[in-house]
Design a protein around this ligand. Structure first.
Ligand SMILES: Cc1cc2nc3c(=O)[nH]c(=O)nc-3n(C[C@H](O)[C@H](O)[C@H](O)COP(=O)(O)O)c2cc1C
Length: 341
């Protein structure tokens, strides 16, 4: 799994396939991506960033593209409706990036109204020629993530993917919903399986993978070359290791939160294990943030809500948030809460 882009895998026979942390705006900041890797993710991708803003050197957008030496491979994702801006941003990023990922899946109106993200699936010729231009302008691999189609008319991801492989896009990822569906309904893995069969480049399946049971079902149905996990990893980056253990791809004793646990993991209750794994993840997130971006209150707040979600007395964290505490105090208070069980 060390290869940057491995060739397309054939029929799935139970062997390990790479797990990707999905790009998620407001979630997949640099320390979270590094943490997901330590938890078992094989690949991580930055949140999507506006190529026009990047090409005009907007500081906020460049901040989202922050990386560090430990992040390997570094895969920034960009979106936009203007080919020249996309190509220029890709060129600027190519100096540090290992792969450039292009977003054709975002359903947010602020993105689709500039005919970017998933809206471009409604203009497949423009989408394909945009990718061709970008592939020609950078000398690192270009990959693309999209949906099934716009939801107006038949799905067209299959035809788009066939064209994209012709212009040199090296890996594809399909989220099994349409633009119109946004996040409603159930991801259509059957159509992803059609796409997998219709191209020679690797296709990663995405949508509704939340544990090893759904991972297995998705691989059986699609034979995808990898799985991408989004919402299931919010607040639970441990999902990657848990899936690998559940699939028999990794030993439970090698999970970092079990290795770090003092005492017998098997004696912990289910809730006790949840607290322990989330505490390890939170503390590690804070360490990684200190080593890279520095502690940022906004990111910490978001992650603290997610890391504590569903745990008994999680409301305590909300009240800490409303109190006036420093960044250090906030990090420590969340860690203390996760140590209460
Ligand atoms: C909060 C949030 C932010 C997202 N941001 C992005 C993004 O920046 N780029 C992208 O390609 N997809 C983005 N997505 C979509 C996810 O990458 C993924 O395709 C989708 O959540 C389906 O996968 P899941 O069922 O595993 O969550 C986002 C999803 C969520 C929930």
């Amino acid at each position: 799994m060390g290869e940057l882009i491995a060739p397309k895998s054939g029929e799935w026979g139970g062997e390990a396939r790479p797990l990707f942390l999905a790009p998620m705006a407001g979630v997949t900041d640099l320390p979270f991506r590094l943490l997901a890797k330590e938890c078992g993710a094989d690949f991580t991708i930055t949140e999507f960033t506006n190529s026009t803003a990047l090409s005009r050197a907007a500081a906020i957008s460049w901040k989202r593209m922050e990386t560090c030496e430990a992040e390997s491979p570094f895969i920034p994702q960009i979106f936009g409706g203007v080919t020249e801006d996309m190509a220029h941003a890709a060129e600027l990023l190519a100096a540090d990036a290992d792969i450039i990922d292009l977003n054709f899946g975002c359903p947010a109106p602020k993105v689709t109204k500039i005919c970017a993200g998933a809206a471009l699936m409604g203009q497949p010729d423009d989408l394909v020629s945009m990718c061709e231009t970008i592939v020609d302008r950078v000398d690192i691999p270009v990959t693309a993530k999209m949906r099934l189609g716009t939801g107006h008319g038949a799905f067209n991801a299959k035809e788009i993917c066939q064209d994209l492989e012709q212009v040199g896009v090296e890996r594809l990822c399909i989220h099994g919903r349409t633009l119109k569906q946004r996040y409603s309904g159930v991801a259509d893995w059957e159509y992803i399986s059609d796409v997998v069969q219709s191209v020679d480049v690797p296709v990663v399946a995405n949508g509704d993978i939340v544990d090893h049971i759904s991972s297995q079902a998705c691989l059986e149905q699609t034979n995808a070359s990898g799985l991408m996990i989004g919402r299931g990893a919010i607040g639970r980056p441990s999902i990657f290791g848990e899936i690998k253990v559940g699939m028999g791809w990794m030993e439970e004793d090698d999970l970092p939160w079990i290795r770090a646990h003092e005492g017998d993991w098997n004696e912990l209750s289910d809730i006790g294990r949840q607290f322990a794994s989330r505490r390890w993840c939170w503390n590690r997130y804070i360490e990684l943030a200190k080593e890279t971006t520095g502690l940022e209150l906004k990111s910490m707040r978001g992650h603290a809500v997610s890391f504590t979600k569903g745990l008994p007395s999680a409301k305590k964290i909300r009240s800490i948030m409303h109190g006036k505490v420093s960044r250090e105090e906030f990090a420590q208070a969340t860690s203390n809460f996760l140590a209460t069980n």
